[in-house]
Design a protein around this ligand. Structure first.
Ligand code: HEM
Ligand SMILES: *[C@@H]1O[C@H](CO)[C@@H](O)[C@H](O)[C@H]1NC(C)=O
Ligand SMILES: *[C@@H]1O[C@H](CO)[C@@H](O)[C@H](O)[C@H]1NC(C)=O
Ligand SMILES: *[C@@H]1O[C@H](CO)[C@@H](O)[C@H](O)[C@H]1NC(C)=O
Ligand SMILES: *[C@@H]1O[C@H](CO)[C@@H](O)[C@H](O)[C@H]1NC(C)=O
Length: 318
């Protein structure tokens, strides 16, 4: 009897897994029936350990910012499919590129950080439940855990993303915004990903944490914030509280915004109104940032039988 009950459970379980796969949708309890049900705990533990006990450059609070940015650059290119994590793959004999890497795209090259952190989390997850959790889900969970660890808001994350077998360097070059973008370009690029101007302003609030290379700073900011030269130097994106996720970034954006693309958010009255709103009300900023992040995390996801679960996040599984 006992074994037939267990069999019945297994059958129901299989049916459940099958049906969520067949519908091909993200779901809140995607891993609940697997032995990866403590996935979020593992991710939070590893992110906290990295931010608060590993010294820079491998860890430290800035790494939280780097993880958030890594997820943004994944989601805006082919969707949240971990395509940003794939290394270039060349056929050495034929001297031909089999898979171009988004890591080589100009917004990413010598700029993105945090790949090792994702690899470490993935290894830890694989030890607990091999072959079950995608790199794409780990990236989404790590970005959220990082924001929460730096005292920012949380948001509900649906899970069940699968990993891409492709990457697209051209799309990374086209879709990701650059530091010298004007407001129309920013609005256009975010509109292309379904975000309105208000959401652009909310998401730009991610620059409340982390650093940028001085070479990307607006010329006036370079003078003020990189007094010892630009080469190899970084400056905080939020001049006030760069290691805390708060609304101080919006404080004096026109004057203190490190990047031209930060400053232009105040260059048109209707958009500036959002900056003013978030500056005067952190709860509103947190609420809007959280809901925009949830939506970002659902861009172009692969689900069901699409894509794959990689073992090594930097390589397509053969
Ligand atoms: C609005 C258009 C945006 C532009 C033009 C932009 C551009 C940049 C640039 C140039 C850097 C510095 C990179 C470097 O020095 O190598 C940076 C850093 C950063 N960006 Fe953005 N970004 C934008 C939006 C976003 C969004 C939507 C997010 C996340 C939701 C984000 C998160 C970050 C974070 C956290 C950092 C600091 C990373 C670190 O310290 O490693 N950015 N961004
Ligand atoms: C977890 O489940 C997977 C797939 O069902 C199985 O291969 C693996 O051995 C399990 N791991 C542990 C630690 O129980
Ligand atoms: C890469 O993205 C561009 C759009 O920027 C698109 O035109 C092209 O078809 C994509 N390439 C592949 C192989 O999907
Ligand atoms: C938005 O997407 C379209 C189609 O891919 C592209 O032609 C256009 O340049 C994009 N807009 C911006 C501002 O990148
Ligand atoms: C903005 O700048 C003014 C003058 O420098 C300063 O008094 C004020 O505290 C700043 N506001 C914020 C929110 O940082």
């Amino acid at each position: 009897m006992a074994s037939s009950t267990a069999g019945g459970h297994c059958f129901l379980l299989a049916l459940l897994l099958l049906s969520s796969a067949a519908y091909g949708q993200l779901s809140e309890n995607f891993y609940a029936a697997t032995n990866c049900s403590n996935l979020d705990e593992i991710v939070k533990r590893e992110v906290s350990r990295t931010l608060f006990t590993v010294p820079p450059p491998d860890g430290g609070r800035r790494m939280g910012a780097s993880l958030l940015r890594l997820f943004f650059h994944d989601s805006f290119v082919q969707g949240c499919d971990a395509s940003v994590l794939l290394d270039i793959n060349t056929d050495v004999r034929k001297g031909r590129i089999i898979l171009s890497s988004e890591k080589q795209a100009s917004p990413n090259f010598n700029s993105l950080r945090g790949f090792d952190v994702i690899d470490r989390i993935k290894d830890e997850v694989e030890r607990n439940c091999p072959g079950v959790v995608s790199c794409a889900d780990i990236l989404a969970l790590a970005a959220r855990a990082a924001v929460v660890a730096l005292e920012g808001p949380t948001w509900p994350l649906l899970l069940g993303r699968r990993d891409s077998t492709t990457a697209n360097m051209t799309e990374a070059n086209n879709a990701l915004p650059g530091p010298n973008s004007n407001l129309d370009e920013l609005i256009g690029k975010f509109h292309n990903k379904s975000f309105n101007a208000r959401e652009l302003v909310a998401l730009s609030g991610a620059h409340t944490i982390g650093q940028a290379q001085c070479q990307f700073a607006d010329p006036k900011q370079q003078k003020a914030r990189c007094p010892n030269g630009v080469v190899g130097k970084t400056a905080s994106l939020d001049v006030h509280t760069p290691e805390v996720f708060d609304n101080r970034y919006y404080g004096n954006l026109t004057k203190d915004g490190l990047l031209h693309s930060d400053q232009v958010l105040t260059s048109r009255d209707d958009v500036k109104a959002f900056v003013e709103e978030y500056k005067s009300n952190q709860d509103t900023f947190f609420r809007d940032f959280a809901s925009a992040m949830k939506r970002m995390s659902e861009l172009g996801v692969l689900t069901g039988t699409n894509g794959q679960i990689r073992t090594d996040c930097s390589r397509v599984l053969n």
